[in-house]
Design a protein around this ligand. Structure first.
Ligand SMILES: *Cc1c(COP(=O)(O)O)cnc(C)c1O
Length: 415
């Protein structure tokens, strides 16, 4: 046994350091299905409390939708529980192909390949298409899974200041002699809810002959008039070469991801993408339910329309109540508090008021930019939003931050 005291002490010390830094992540146990109302046991061992959920990625309210659950049951009955195989050996069913075809149509791309998750899609895709003589030019705030995916690829790494098109253009000029180049960005950035300037990015890509890759995990299903995503919102359908996205957020929220885009790239992923070749296929129960999700959101835009309305209502009312919120149109609504302890204290008080939200601070967001990140859902009814706004207003008044801007809040609490 080589798990010596030395190793044990080393790891316990690491854990202690995480605790001291105040960044220890504690899990809360939910004893109900995912939805607008959930029963949460917190702290562990406490009597479960019913709270309104404002921190899930359940944007369209499909996580526990009866028709989705029914489709999952049907998939389980008709195609079984597990596939015990990767896709290329004996893990591809007709319903996997059906889902890929539906996603292609919904996203408006040429072809789609499923992955066990979007993390896996990002881990696989760069290494498949780029090599040493190529360049990856990424926004500085891309998601951690893209950072990891780029690490697994030998192409040369460049980055540009967040959403700064002049800086991106500089990098495109700098890399002009390389073989292939790819601009890499999130469609929507998860901490601020801001949207990539995909129209300008596509213009630059065309001017400098570079490809464009977008991770649209926080947009697929609801951004744009038909919910196709950020590319629809920005009017650039057909101009994005690679879209990666997740089935784990708006699209039912179970799991799974995909690479969707140019046909040759998708074909190459089937041959070479390591998480596709060496990790198990998506289980039939999830695939069947995801097929239903795509049907539901293709048939009507009611859910994304309601989400848009809810988002506008919540943003307007919270602004009127005097909160300092990051402007935008996305259901991610960052309530800026700047001070980490203030964000934690307010989130705890809101929980006591029956509103489940999370305070985010360094290292998840930059130092001095602590916030409560609210996520609005189509599962929320007006009364839910009103209850949250009332609770926020009560707690905001308690901490005397209503009507105050950044400098005043910082003067009061520091950061
Ligand atoms: C959530 C998220 C992922 C991870 O998706 P999974 O399918 O859960 O692996 C990847 N990229 C972005 C931008 C995300 O927000």
């Amino acid at each position: 046994m080589a798990y010596s005291n030395k190793a044990r002490d080393f790891f316990s010390n690491e854990l202690k350091n995480i605790n001291t830094a105040g960044t220890f992540k504690e899990e809360r146990y939910i004893e109900s299905p995912q939805g607008a109302n959930i029963n949460v046991e917190f702290p562990v061992g406490a009597k479960p409390k019913e709270v309104l959920n404002f921190c899930a990625n359940n944007y369209l309210g499909l996580s526990s939708h009866p028709e989705v659950i029914e489709a999952a049951h049907q998939g389980l009955n008709e195609r079984g529980y597990g596939m015990s195989s990767v896709r290329f050996i004996c893990g591809t069913q007709d319903i996997h192909k059906e889902l890929e075809t539906k996603l292609t149509k919904f996203l408006g791309t040429e072809d789609t390949i499923l992955f066990p998750s979007c993390m896996d899609a990002n881990a696989g895709v760069f290494d498949v298409v780029l090599d040493k003589e190529d360049a990856m030019i990424s926004d500085r705030l891309v998601h951690a899974s893209i950072v990891d995916g780029m690490r697994l690829c030998k192409a040369q790494l460049y980055n540009y200041k967040h959403s700064n098109m002049d800086h991106l253009e500089e990098k495109l000029k700098e890399t002009q002699n390389l073989r292939l180049r790819m601009i890499i960005t999130d469609g929507v950035f998860s901490m601020d809810g801001d949207i990539a300037k995909l129209d300008e990015i596509c213009d630059l890509a065309e001017k400098y002959d570079a490809m464009v890759m977008v991770d649209d995990s926080h947009a697929t299903g609801f951004m744009g008039k038909n919910g196709r995503g950020t590319h629809e919102h920005c009017g650039v359908i057909g101009r994005i070469d690679i879209i990666t996205t997740t089935l784990g957020k708006a699209l039912g929220g179970a799991s799974g991801g995909c690479v969707s885009g140019r046909k040759e790239i998708v074909d190459l992923c089937r041959q070479r993408a390591r998480p596709y070749l060496f990790s198990n296929t998506m289980p039939p129960v999830i695939v069947a339910a995801a097929n239903k999700v795509i049907d539901l959101i293709s048939k009507t835009t009611d859910r994304r329309d309601k989400l848009e309305k809810n988002t506008k209502y919540f943003r307007d009312k919270m602004t009127a109540a005097g909160f300092d919120i990051r402007e935008g149109v996305h259901p991610i609504v960052p309530i800026m508090l700047y001070n980490a302890k203030l964000a934690q204290d307010m989130a705890r008080d809101l929980y006591e008021e029956g509103i489940y939200v999370i305070g985010f601070s360094f290292p998840v967001v930059p130092k001095g930019q602590a916030r409560i990140r609210v996520q609005v859902s189509a599962a929320h009814e007006k009364e839910h939003l009103d209850k949250a706004i009332a609770a926020f207003t009560k707690i905001g008044a308690k901490y005397q931050i209503l009507g105050k801007k950044k400098d005043e809040i910082i003067a009061q609490y520091g950061y």
